[in-house]
Design a protein around this ligand. Structure first.
Ligand SMILES: [Zn+2]
Length: 574
């Protein structure tokens, strides 16, 4: 499908895997390999290993594994041909036009659609004074609207639809049109439009605030999820704030578009906002790419405070340092900044999670029941601390804050921990780490040798019957290797990684390729093969004996089966 294989090889060979992955993960050299925090699961100690010589990566924590293409596919949510194109462009290679238009431009077309929408909304913002008037009524300036490229969706059902010459279906996919009974109409109507940009700064979605006078419509409407937009893994303004975040050493996280606009108005550029959902672990990992420190600036009401506690836990679980700015109850970030400015905000202490929870406990902490309830909530927060030491320090802090003995707290904490472990296990987030039955160990050894040195397997591909393998996954890999070899292709790790979609298979392939080949490789190979034949012989023998038994019990002739059995027992090769 798509590109000629020599082009794919060229892209892979010219892409430095360390350099590519370093754009997403900070890697440190460790021996022959590089090590970093896995971008595919939450961890505090690095178990994500990249081998520059084999040009593959593997996470020993979650089992994610692959090469430079699979990495880009997973990180950038791309299909294989798209990842090839992405990397080719990166190293300045001309992309041959052999991919089908469908494969080549699906995402490009969606970006073009979003871009068309963006232009349309901008034009109407300039045409219609209503939107700017609204912004000015909330003390936002025209300059800010210009800087944030704010748009306006006019108060009609089909203005945008009419602006299109075709490609309506695409616009539905891009989340700009709705379709009902074969008719199309605008997704956004009578709304102030905030363009949402992805990490490369391309507009990929929109958020719209209703400006009309009807009662029904939701105040905020966001683009639906599309192939180029996943609201749980992006944040508003994150790409634009990159440098300011680096300079400040932390990021302000707010919940709404107007909160964010207000921060910008006050000259605070190191900020990002959620996209209408509660903070997700993916968003926490996204932030971790830019900074390790987050100041949560949520509404001062009860809902805002609870959201801040949950948000802080998620950030801490992702290994980030989280602090909460506790606003007065009747304020949101926008109203507070409008009244008190940047100075007022900077005067409010940023509280660590436990201190914030203590501050919130309005009930009298001398009341035993209040204290018990609070202790449990704080212990739940302590679960998001990383490592034994931080957790026991957290428990000590809670003990001091609430005058409850450490021992009692530790007992409760262990209960919570067990509960969490049970929940995690049922979540089943990590792919199975492969376990091999003793009978399969030589099968694994054989495949490992072939995968770490595909050229060494000539004999094996030509002589070994795949049926000799009992593990279905290994058998499947071997069949694929064999057929590639018979077609005259060297079944190397990169070709194989592209052949399989199953993460468990990818994991095994990458793992094997990273395996340090022992010096006695040839002995191991012969040994594995002879063991396999022995196992196969036993399997076949047992099956034939069973057939004989059955035939005998039915009084049937089993001399033919017996002959076969003799041959198997005496045979040198299976
Ligand atoms: Zn991982």
């Amino acid at each position: 499908m798509g590109f000629p294989s020599d082009f794919i090889d060229r892209v892979r060979d010219s892409s430095d895997i360390i350099e590519v992955i370093s754009q997403y993960v900070s890697l440190k050299k460790r021996g022959a390999n590089f090590l970093g925090l896995c971008p595919f699961h939450n961890e505090k100690t690095p178990s994500f290993s990249v081998s520059p010589s084999k040009a593959i990566y593997k996470c020993f924590g979650c089992g994610a594994a692959g090469n430079v293409f699979t990495f880009i596919m997973q990180r950038e949510k791309m299909l294989f041909p798209e990842s090839v194109e992405f990397l080719a462009k990166r190293i300045g290679l001309d992309v041959p036009q052999t991919a089908t238009p469908e494969q080549r431009t699906r995402r490009d077309r969606l970006y073009a659609a979003a871009n068309h929408g963006h232009k349309f909304f901008r034009e109407h913002f300039k045409k219609n004074p209503l939107a700017l008037k609204y912004l000015e009524s909330r003390s936002f300036t025209a300059e800010l609207a210009e800087k944030m490229e704010i748009g306006y969706a006019p108060d009609t059902w089909d203005e945008f639809t009419k602006s299109l010459k075709g490609g309506h279906k695409e616009m539905v996919t891009a989340g700009l049109l709705r379709e009902k009974e074969g008719r199309y109409y605008d997704y956004f109507r009578s709304r102030l439009i905030f363009p949402i940009k992805d990490l490369s700064g391309r507009v990929c979605a929109f958020g719209g605030r209703y400006l009309g006078t009807e009662d029904e419509p939701a105040k905020y409407l966001n683009s639906p999820e599309t192939p180029i937009y996943n609201k749980g893994s992006l944040l508003y303004n994150i790409a634009q704030s990159r440098e300011a975040v680096r300079d400040a050493g932390f990021i302000y996280l707010v919940e709404g578009y107007t909160d964010l606009l207000r921060l910008l108005t006050c000259g605070i550029d190191n900020c990002a906002a959620g996209l209408g959902t509660a903070l997700t672990p993916q968003q926490a990992r996204l932030i971790r790419r830019y900074t390790e420190k987050v100041a949560l600036l949520y509404d001062g009401d009860d809902a805002g405070r609870q959201a801040a506690i949950k948000g802080a836990r998620i950030l801490m679980r992702a290994g980030l340092e989280a602090e909460i700015i506790s606003l007065p109850e009747d304020h949101d970030p926008d109203s507070f900044l409008l009244k008190n400015g940047r100075e007022g905000l900077e005067k409010i202490p940023r509280l660590p999670l436990l201190a914030f929870q203590l501050k919130l406990a309005r009930g009298d902490v001398s009341d035993r029941r209040v204290r018990e309830k609070l202790a449990l909530e704080m212990l739940e927060s302590a679960l998001s601390f990383h490592g034994e030491m931080k957790r026991s320090l957290a428990i000590e802090t809670i003990s001091e804050m609430l005058s409850i003995p450490v021992q009692a707290l530790t007992g409760e904490f262990k209960k919570l921990l067990r509960q969490q472990t049970l929940e995690r296990e049922s979540d089943d987030v990590t792919p199975d780490i492969l376990e091999f039955a003793p009978v399969e160990v030589p099968e694994r050894d054989l495949l490992r040798i072939l995968l770490s040195d595909p050229a060494s397997g000539e004999d094996v591909y030509t002589t070994m019957n795949p049926d000799i393998l009992s593990n279905p996954m290994l058998k499947n890999i071997f069949i694929t290797m064999k057929s590639l070899f018979l077609k005259g292709q060297l079944p190397d790790v990169h070709i194989l990684l592209n052949e399989f979609d199953d993460p468990a298979v990818k994991n095994f392939i990458a793992d094997s390729a990273l395996w340090e080949m022992p010096a006695d490789r040839d002995i191991l190979l012969t040994d594995a093969q002879s063991k396999l034949r022995e196992f196969a012989r036993k399997r076949i023998t047992a099956a034939l004996k069973q057939q004989i038994k059955e035939a005998a019990s039915k009084g049937e002739d089993y001399s033919e089966i017996q002959k076969k059995l003799k041959i198997v027992i005496n045979a040198k090769e299976i």
